[in-house]
Write a protein that binds this ligand. Sequence first.
Ligand SMILES: Cc1ncc(COP(=O)(O)O)c(C=O)c1O
Length: 368
Amino acid sequence: MPELTTRVPQPREAIRRMKEYHPPLGGRSGLRLDFNENTVACSPRVLEVLAQFSESTSGSELTMYPEREPVEALAAGHLNLKPSQVLLTNGVDEAIHVLCQTYLGPGDEMLLPVPTYSMYAVYASATDAKLVEVPAGPGFSLPIDALLAKITPATKLIAIANPNSPTGRAVSRAAILALIAAAPQAVIFIDEAYFHFYRQTVLDLIGRAPNVIVARTFSKAYGLAGFRLGLLAADEDAMLWLRRVTSPYSVNSLALACLPAALDDHTYLEGYINEILLARSQFTSALEGMGVPFWPSEANFILVNIGPLHAEFCQAMRNRGILVRDRSADPGCDGCVRITIGTREQMQRAVHFMAESLREIEWAEVAR
Ligand SMILES: Cc1ncc(COP(=O)(O)O)c(C=O)c1O
């Protein structure tokens, strides 16, 4: 046998330069207010389909590759779009990956207001394009003038989360329209992962503005994060390119079997959203009462400014069985912690333990 090499082959230079992004992927027990998930459960009708699936199948369905087209057409109809304008994905994360693969090559630029959802930078930096990050304006507002000023002929992708994470701030339709007009050579990607808590959308621009692509997820309001199910809506010509890049089988059979029930159960969805909106408003009053600064949010989470004791605060909350997410390493977010909004009952518990944690770490002494 010839002598075997002992060296691991080096990846592309872009991969070597990438920063590691490693969210906690285990040990998340307790009240999980750290990932902006649904904090209760998905629709009971989804659970019924799941039960039927496991009862009625001898396992033979699982031997088949998933058949996405009928469910994709159903999802399109649900959004008043044509099937040719919709792509189901393995979560919005796959959608972002697909967009970066489709539009970013050497010499291209992606524009990104920051702070924002981490996976945009992860997938963009895995390409050979240049990532141009633009710091948020006052109060984490969209830095629209700075973004417009950074658009060049090389700009191929602009990613905007609306509402944004981790800030919860929303972007006006006028700002989105300004970007669409200023960068006709670029895809303006509007990530509406938190649409259900904000209820404003630019989905109506699909079919009218060919450089707009919109994403939705089933991971948040629908409570199906574990299924990994997202959706891209785009002009049908753009969709032809996106489909070339996407695996035909990236959405699994169980998720496809359950999606119709999830889409159909308006009562469940509206009930959950209303509960979260009520809890969000109660929670913001409680934050005011405790004197904890925060940014008004249009999503199912709130960014609070704990200051220098952010890590101690997250640990004190964890010790009480409540997980919250330290975002202090995000650009412009020094001292910030993001707290998912659960039900009113869950948030009352969170407030109780928050007050206790702040006392324990002597936050008021340091904050003063
Ligand atoms: C703005 C934004 N987009 C996308 C996602 C991920 O969505 P999915 O679970 O569909 O991949 C998240 C998750 O936190 C998010 O905050």
